[in-house]
Design a protein around this ligand. Sequence first.
Ligand code: H2U
Ligand code: ZN
Length: 348
Amino acid sequence: MKFNAEHHPHRRFNPLTGDWVLVSPHRARRPWQGQVEKAPTETRPAYDPGCYLCPGNERAGGISNPDYSETFVFTNDFQALLPEQVEAVQPGNPLLQLEPVHGTCRVICFSPRHNLTLQEMDPPDIRTVIDLWADQTRELGREYTWVQVFQNQGAMMGASNPHPHGQIWAGSALPDVPSREETNQRAYFQKEGTSLLIAYADLEAECGERVVLQNEDWLVVVPFWAVWPFETLLLPRRPIQRLPDVRDSERSSLAAILKRLLIRYDNLFETPFPYSMGWHGAPFLQQNQDHWQLHAHFFPPLLRSASVRKFLVGYEMLAEAQRDLTPEQAARRLQDLPDTHYRQVENG
Ligand code: H2U
Ligand code: ZN
């Protein structure tokens, strides 16, 4: 029998992380009697007196937010990393390794408006968030090796509050995922003389099959090796190492493509689409970082509707990641969606 990627189980390789993913396209038809998520339906006020992120309100730690009018950054009241540096622990048994790590965690409010999502904000206001991501990265990169800008959107992805916000964790150690991306991008650059993600963006732009959106500066694809059903990768079209290096006009075109992507996500199941997203720019290491290409990952859990999500459990925990529909099928679904938000259509 001749191999057909839309029918036959196969494995795909992620050259960024070195992981494999099992693709089982024939499984998408199986019946589902497991967990069904409730779609969030509530309408929210522009200001919520009980929200710890709204302007003027008191947070859990007792500090009050200023009456901010654009974006607002504060140090997380429950930091996972702390700035204090402690003496390195002497290595004991190699089976029991540990190392101290110091850092800081910040929360960034995207807007004073409690009831907006990023995609509902006007492009200039999204651009303000991009500027903040870049400024924070530059500032924290002076002190820390890795600056992770990310956002958990929706309760399904663990967001603790519907107010539009994201987080930044910066630390002295290079964490696992970026560490593998560092190794693999460096090795590819040394071998091929060109950046892995520049070569990949060129290849995807030419083929088009997995391209969801593109403009003059940016490309959004469902990567060939996607794990989450509608996972996407956002890539610049020219070499850019880090968010602070994104030029003025590129920041505006980034705001535009971000808005379009997130609107399409919402339109897919006509629901506020949950996801975790984050930026990977070059680590702040001494070595040359020419091999590193800035990119953003979007990991949304929904699989078949607003209420049926993909679980990464048994086989994924014990063997390797697995997906049901092919990345090409996912890309086609996202390609076919309108750029106008379903709620805007509903409201005329
Ligand atoms: P998530 O919604 O992605 O969990 O981010 C919210 C963060 O806000 C979370 O890390 C912090 C939590 O620690 N937080 C404060 O710093 N102050 C508060 O008053 C409540 C929540
Ligand atoms: Zn709020």
